[in-house]
Ligand binder design. Structure first.
Ligand code: DAH
Length: 341
């Protein structure tokens, strides 16, 4: 029995040390030390020994088991280390190699202008309001006191989705006034920028899709002088201190009184030049005091509250600010153009 153990020791240790893989090593361990392994088989014969021989043989067997286990462990560690080494070798990464050149974009120039406007209004306590571009005619027209026969409702001007002219692409951001007044209670101060759509042919100053910025204030005791003071301040922040403004009477169905705001041409100082098309003035926005019918339609009592609103075109503002002469450039997304800003 002693000789058998000695033979097992020699064979097993030799096989383990030269074992080439973790799987085969595990197979060896089972073969030598498993329940049906070679050591177990030897120990089965213990019964044939004389009683006084058994303790010594038992000790020998324990020592053999421990040595084989230790050898397996050692080999396992060695195999793992060399596997890692091999992996690292294979996965070498040359950090000095030139990287892939990824082109980084930047904000669109028109959105720079929009962000500037948002900052100005947020600074005055306005909140930004977002709303649907697919709108009900009710919100785009009716609740804004625009009657059924108004030309802006015409199918030649507006993109409708339904034969009954009930659903459309909003033609203005003014329906945001209604949304704001329906889900907020005064005091209301909101700014609602967004896309609007009209059936216009594309040319240097027209696009079937463009952007407007709507503003609305509703509170107790709000007057036309608040409108003028606020908008004058905004104009100064956009166009610089000392910019001369003019509030010109106009008509919008949802404001009374209504006006348009012009700035004196900063290029020619009002004499008339190509920038202002010889007018001396540049139209900036439409505005007015919110019509009492519009207020009461939204559940706001016009005897208690009053408000003012304005709407301006974002493209025109951006064109002016960046001295861009053709609106198509804003939408074409030609990087050779956009890269300049
Ligand atoms: N929605 C108008 C338009 O598209 C612009 C406008 C005028 C908006 C007067 C207003 C306003 O809020 O008070 O021409």
């Amino acid at each position: 029995m002693k000789e058998k153990m000695q033979a097992l020791r020699e064979n097993s240790l030799k096989a383990i040390v030269s074992c080439p893989s973790a799987e085969q090593l595990e197979a060896l361990r089972v073969r030598y030390l498993g329940k049906k392994g070679e050591l177990t088989a030897i120990l089965r014969q213990m019964g044939q020994l004389a009683a006084e021989e058994r303790p010594a043989m038992g000790q020998l067997a324990n020592k053999l088991r421990a040595d084989i286990e230790a050898a397996v462990e050692e080999r396992r560690a060695a195999l793992a280390a060399s596997a890692l080494e091999e992996k690292l070798e294979k996965e070498t990464l040359d950090v000095t190699m030139p990287g892939e050149n990824r082109r980084l974009g930047h904000k669109h120039p028109m959105y720079n202008v929009l962000d500037q406007i948002k900052d100005i209004f947020i600074g005055m306590g306005f909140e930004i309001e977002d709303g649907p571009e697919v709108e009900l005619a009710d919100y785009n027209f009716t609740k804004l006191n625009i009657d059924e026969s108004h030309p802006s409702r015409d199918w030649t001007d507006t993109f409708y989705f339904t034969e009954d002219s009930r659903i459309l692409l909003r033609t203005q951001t003014s329906p945001m006034q209604i949304h704001a007044m329906e889900h907020r209670r005064p005091p209301i101060r909101i700014l609602a920028p967004g896309r609007v759509y009209r059936k216009d042919e594309v040319d240097a100053t027209h696009s079937p899709m463009f952007h407007q910025i709507e503003g609305l204030v509703v509170d107790k005791g709000v007057t036309m002088s608040d409108l003028k003071a606020t908008l004058n301040l905004v104009v100064e922040k956009i166009y610089g201190k000392g910019t001369v403004t003019r509030f010109r009477p106009h008509h919008f169905p949802f404001t009374e009184p209504s006006c348009e705001l012009d700035i004196q041409c900063h290029k020619c100082g009002g004499k008339g030049c190509p920038t202002c098309k010889g007018e001396g003035w540049i139209e900036v926005l439409g505005a007015g005091m919110v019509h009492p019918k519009v207020l009461s339609g939204c559940g706001i009592d016009p005897d208690v509250y009053s408000g003012w609103a304005f709407g301006m075109g974002l493209e025109r503002l951006a064109l002016g600010e960046y001295k861009i002469t053709d609106m198509r450039l804003i939408f074409e997304n030609d990087v050779r153009f956009l890269e300049q800003f």
